[in-house]
Each structure stands twice: as structure tokens, then as C-alpha cells.
Write a protein that binds this ligand. Structure first.
Ligand code: PLP
Length: 397
């Protein structure tokens, strides 16, 4: 391959570490947080309702209930859907462990179903195969920001009376057939961890169009306490009752002020993520040795991750070595995900030995998440492209 002077300059510019994802906090975000710090309420104050309303409006859904993390939000969603000990919930093995853990929190059993080879999202046919008389929920994950096959999954859920909880932690702003995810499934879960589309430090949200589910979510995140206004009228304003076992999963006013400010920039952030993904795909689809992520028809992904797959048959070295070489060039690639059933806890508790979910396990062996985040500059994108091209070209058989 011909190396131009510009390429050499880019290759040498490897002193700055480029992570796979990171937040973008501006001075105006900081100013909003400072305002709250100087106000009367730093925990549950006016910013909570304001952020929830703005978030619901953005996604065109009726209710948004904030939580202290995406994991707490998943827990709340599983609780409000009514999962009980002994019930089963079907999810993908190719996700962050929190998606499956939230089923365990409520005493349920996570049942994994393998993914589609193209999107690496939950395969509806595999979901069908795993349904038993104990199945209550299905939890698809929009892997990398590409919405799961929601219509097919909903059809199966309807036929068996199951509730669908969409783990949309990767897909804030993604569109499924021109509709934003967040109002499509009965319950939809988001995370505001710093690597996600917008951040509140730690934080999460559940969206729903069902007023009863929204009420259950609010009670669950506040110790199981109900403040029925009618009862307060008769008993007095101090009155409250704990009616179920809940948690303290509240998001603070500090976090919500940051979230509100971040939400203003979400569209610009999404545009930049889509731009970077477009550049990567146009270049890497022509590079033998790698496989680019595909986008199905009528889908507009949110690109939380850019998962490149290695075509290992064409390469002399494995994923681990390519990963090491990229880190050696200060490119903070990551791997999403070690399939959940292969973690020691799941192996020990459920007896998984590997080989149960061949598509997810094979994908895991090939995956490498390239840096993609809105503040990533054009120079950084070029540097990643050149470095990947050089390493892959030098590693081909
Ligand atoms: C980030 C993430 C979560 C958990 O969110 P936290 O806010 O970190 O608790 C859950 N599921 C998926 C798929 C995620 O990417």
C-alpha cells in the first residue's frame, strides 16, 4: 500500500488516546448543573419532572420515569411488568450483563435465545423456540444502536401473552420504520452512562404509554411508597404508605439538569455518530479481512457502537493480537460483548459450558468496537481508518 506524507503524519500522531466512546460536556451543561447546586433542591426537585417531560416529548411517548442508572431502570421495568419468582424471561446473550441480571433481581430465570447473524440482535425464531409455559417477558436489546426486529418479536409476544421490554440503552434516537424507539414496546429502557448518547453521570429512564405501568415505576424507584392524594386529603399531608418492596433508585436534580442540557444536543450528536459510521463503512467495506455492520431496510440506527467484525479466515493473527496492536497505537477499541452465559456466575448457576449459542459466540470471537463518539474529530477518524487499514493489510494471509 502507498503511504502518503499525510498518512505518515497521521500514523505518527499516536500520542493521544482515543477511547471507544466518551461523553461531551460543554460549558453550558456545567452552568445548568451549577444553577441546581445553588438552588434549594439538589435531589428530588423541579428538574426531575422537567427532564422526564422533555425526554417523553422527544420520543413522542406519554410517560418517562427516571432512575439512578440504566440498570435500576431495567430492574424497575421488570418489576412493573410483573415478573415473579419462577417466571422466565427471554433475552439475548450478546449484551451487557445488566440486561439478564435484572431478571434475576426479581427472582426470574433468564433464558437466552441466539442472535441473527447479520444484526446480532435477538432472532425471533430462536425466541419462539425458547418459549415455555413459564415465559412472561421478552427483552430484546438494540445492539450497537440498530433496533431489534421489533414487529416480529411483538407478534410472538402477542400470540403468547408476553410483555416486551426493549433494552434501548444503545438506541436513543434510533428509528424503526420512521418511529423513534421509546414508544414502540410496552416498556423501553435507556441509560445515561457517559459512553451513551447523553449523560447524567449515572442515570436511566423507562418510557411507556401505559399510565398504570408508569405509576408502578414511580412507586418502585421510591421505596415502594405510594402518595395517594385522596388519602392525604383525609389523613393529612404527612401521610404516605409503603405498598410494595421498592428501592431508592431516584435520579437527582443535579443529574436531571445535566440530562436536560444534554438532550438539546442529542440530534447533533446523532448526526455526527451517523456521519462517522458512514465514513467507516464506506472505507472498511472495501478492506478485505473485515466485515462492516449492516443496516436493515427502514432502520435508522443510533450508532452507540461501531462493531467491526474480523474475517478471521483471511487473517494470520487473531482478534486478541489485533486488539493489542490497536491499543499499541493508542486506539481504545473494546469488545461488545462477552456473551452473558459465558460469565463464571452464569456458568456456575445455570451450567452453561459454551456452545449453547453458536451465532453469538462466533460473533464474540470476531468483534472489535471502533471509537465512535460525537466529539471525535475528523483527524481522529482518519487516524483510526489508516491504522486499521495498515494493521489489517499487514495481517492478511
Ligand atoms: C449501558 C447498558 C446498560 C446499563 O446501563 P447503566 O446505566 O450502566 O446501568 C444496560 N444494558 C445495555 C445494553 C447497556 O449498554
Amino acid at each position: 500500500m502507498i503511504v502518503s506524507p499525510l498518512d505518515t503524519a497521521l500514523m505518527n500522531k499516536n500520542t493521544k488516546y482515543i477511547p471507544y466512546g466518551r461523553q461531551w460536556i460543554d460549558e453550558d451543561d456545567i452552568a445548568e448543573v451549577i444553577k441546581v447546586l445553588r438552588s434549594d433542591y439538589i435531589t428530588t426537585g423541579p428538574k426531575v419532572a422537567e427532564f422526564e417531560e422533555a425526554f417523553a416529548n422527544y420520543l413522542e411517548v406519554k410517560y418517562a420515569v427516571s432512575f439512578s442508572s440504566g440498570t435500576a431502570a431495567l430492574h424497575g421495568a421488570v418489576f412493573s411488568a410483573g415478573l415473579e419468582p419462577g417466571d422466565e424471561a427471554i433475552t439475548t446473550p450478546l449484551t451487557f450483563c445488566a440486561t439478564a441480571n435484572c431478571i434475576l433481581y426479581q427472582g426470574g430465570t433468564p433464558v437466552f435465545a441466539d442472535v441473527c447473524p447479520d444484526t446480532l440482535n435477538l432472532n425471533p425464531e430462536e425466541v419462539s423456540r425458547r418459549i415455555t409455559s413459564k415465559t412472561k417477558l421478552v427483552l430484546p436489546v438494540d445492539y450497537a444502536g440498530h433496533p431489534a426486529d421489533l414487529e416480529a418479536i411483538q407478534k410472538i409476544a402477542d400470540a403468547h401473552g408476553l410483555i416486551v421490554i426493549e433494552d434501548a440503552c444503545h438506541s436513543l434516537g434510533a428509528e424503526y420504520r420512521n418511529i423513534k424507539v421509546g414508544g414502540i414496546c410496552r416498556l423501553n429502557v435507556f441509560s445515561f452512562h457517559p459512553v451513551k448518547h447523553i449523560t447524567t453521570g449515572e442515570g436511566g429512564m423507562v418510557t411507556t404509554n401505559d399510565s398504570d405501568l408508569a405509576r408502578r415505576l414511580r412507586i418502585f424507584r421510591n421505596h415502594g411508597i405510594d402518595r395517594d392524594t385522596q388519602q392525604r386529603k383525609t389523613e393529612g399531608d404527612w401521610f404516605y404508605q409503603m405498598i410494595t418492596l421498592g428501592y431508592n433508585y431516584r435520579l437527582t436534580d443535579i443529574g436531571c439538569a445535566l440530562g436536560l442540557s444534554q438532550l438539546q444536543k442529542l440530534n447533533a450528536n446523532l448526526e455526527r455518530r451517523r456521519e462517522i459510521a458512514g465514513i467507516y463503512t464506506s472505507v472498511f467495506r472495501q478492506l478485505p479481512g473485515v466485515i462492516v455492520p449492516i443496516v436493515r431496510e427502514n432502520i435508522n440506527p443510533a450508532w452507540h457502537l461501531y462493531p467491526l467484525r474480523l474475517d478471521l479466515d483471511q487473517l494470520q493473527i487473531g482478534r486478541a493480537e489485533i486488539f493489542r496492536k490497536l491499543h499499541g497505537k493508542n486506539i481504545g477499541v473494546n469488545v461488545h460483548y462477552i456473551p452473558v452465559h459465558l460469565h463464571p456466575y452464569y456458568r456456575q448457576r445455570f451450567g452453561y459450558r459454551g456452545g449453547e449459542y453458536p451465532i453469538a459466540e462466533a460473533a464474540y470471537g470476531q468483534l472489535i468496537s471502533l471509537p465512535i463518539f460525537p466529539k471525535m474529530g475528523d483527524d481522529d477518524v482518519k487516524y483510526v481508518i489508516k491504522t486499521v487499514q495498515n494493521i489489517i493489510s499487514a495481517s492478511r494471509k
